[in-house]
Design a protein around this ligand. Sequence first.
Ligand code: GP9
Ligand code: MN
Length: 719
Amino acid sequence: MMTKLTKLLNRRWGWILLLVLFIWIKTVIAYYWDFNMGAMDLLQHFLLIINPWASTLLLLSLSLYFKKPSFTYWSAAVIYLLETILLYSNILYYREFNDFISFNTIMSVGKVSKGLGSSAVAMAQGHDWVYFIDIVIIIILLLSKKIKIDQHSYSHLQAFTVTSMAILGIIFNLFLAELSRPQLLVRTFDRTYIVKYLGLNSFLTYDGLKTAQNNSLRSGAQGTSMDPVLQFVNQHYAAPNPQYQGVAKGKNVIIIHLESFQQFLIDSKVKDQEVTPFLNSLYHDNNTLSFANFFHEVGQGKTSDAETMLETSLFGLPEGSFFTSLGTNNTFQAAPAILDQQQGYTSAVFHGNIGSFWSRDTVYKNMGYHYFFDQKYYQQTADSNTYWGSKDKLLFSESVKYLEQLQQPFYAKFLTVTNHNPYELADDDTEGFEKPDTNNTMVNNYFATAHYLDEAVHEFFDYLKASGLYDNSIIILYGDHFGLNEGDETALAPLLNRDPETWTTFDHLQLQRVPFMIHMPGLKGGLQKQYGGEIDVLPTLMHLLGVDTKDYIFMGTDLLSPQHDQNVVFRNRNFITPKYTVINGNNDQLKIYQNSNGEFLTNPDPLLQKRLQKIAQEKVQELELSDNINKTNLLRFYTPQNFIPVNPKNYNYQNQYHQLLKIRNNLGEHSTSLFSRNGNKSTTNLYKTDAPELQNNDSPLYEIPQLSSNTNNTRNKKP
Ligand code: GP9
Ligand code: MN
């Protein structure tokens, strides 16, 4: 056995295999010890464990192409050291940023290297020797001549055999990854996902290719590329409605993102129970502007596309997620920065999933978000999470200790997650609610998690009222996109009193309505029938807050303006007008349904066709201009009047509780946070929740977060 091993070590490929083995082991140790990879099932653990070997072997196999033995040994050693450096830098970087090193990070190291060294040292930990002990072992093996240089000559064919094996391994890995997470590379959910499924080498290669592709697109763009955009935006502009202009000026803005929530849930009943009684009551409240014909317009970037539209009034991309593919580098003129600069708003996002999902931790800085409270700011126990992060009742209740410290006015967004497929939730979370019993579990569960979300929002509203925040806030609620796929709609149809047999594409498109409600005490509300979509939210909100939007590049128009454009386009170019639902395929022929009765027009009147063709052209132009702005980063060439470009380096999402307290202390009696206004007393005791996880007395809800000893992170300049 021993001699076999020594024999192996004395061959060139033995040397290569030894190096692969060491890198492989170290990487797996890092996955479990230092990175939070969130492997959920056996397949994901399996993928984590196998993903390092093939790409490492591929790289090291390159050294076998050298004829001269010393070249092979040395080049392999260099590749090996580079791999070790890549791994360890990622470990240090991850400890600081909870994220992996991207191609752009490497490229910009030169620019920011000052101080990087010392902060990296601060990130080192006691167990880090495990990442270097192998080097010592190798040196000992070499010195003690256990590894001898193999002087045999090898053909390129032999080297190629090893390379091919590695490539086969990578293909197998990709196949398994696609099995566990379909569309992994198309949608690019999260850097962590790519590392989890494919490993660090593949991630960096993929990221490098994407970056190169983006850069080549961008380099062709110039300032004049903005001309057609400016022309469109000027023509398309809808002036504020004087009845609503500025009615919410100076109020806190609270945005409640209702995950996967479709409009049909509003007022729906299951087994004689109202599914979402609280949201129904809001929908019918006199103080709510409720939109009955509001559509989501997301593409593959789902939640992140909804966020893109709501924060920037630009569309997501035709493929993939704008957040992950371009949002990390693009120039933004987004809601948080506009409100900060125009009206002194503090901004924050509250979200119970990991911060790197959809690259939020980077994108939010580009948008000018002052704070981002992600998963690590919420309790993490076995039952506090679903697949997508903190359960909604916990998210809201645990957020208030941060919320009450924000300087007012604030712009705060709550991204819920519990109502997300597969809509699985423990029974005691939905106690008392009876699910429908169709033969489709997804459909049945969807109603239960929506019911839970409704209760969570209800509890949060009760707190807003009890704490007084309600009186000086405007609250926006919206569903981000569909929750049930087209395939589930036949099971859903009977619950909507429809015959699945007569369910058509028209019905599917009509079902893409999501709630959009604007609630504010004293607002002259009411049911709004005008058509609109997510792209229209930002101009609507800005006008309510009294912000002049003429200079901003918004693709949507104010829903409340008499000049509002009511033709709603989907990401795949289909569109809906108040009268027609139109499928705009790749050929020029439009398929037209009549909204009033769902009838498909087999022989549409030529005049109508012409009219709809014109709308189709306008809508496609709108999408294309938006894509052009995003893909070639055009906003870098255009700065609206009174707007200062955002510098993401001014934002830091570490130790945010500490940052908030520091600001409060510095401001003293000028602090406008709810906590300060409440006589320096916390309001968390006003939060009432029936969340089973928070029923014991030492509930973490009332626990003040630990202050970290690291006090350097006070870069957020607010107020
Ligand atoms: C994840 C959550 C879900 O953080 O926002 O995203 P989705 O799958 O709906 O796009
Ligand atoms: Mn979503």
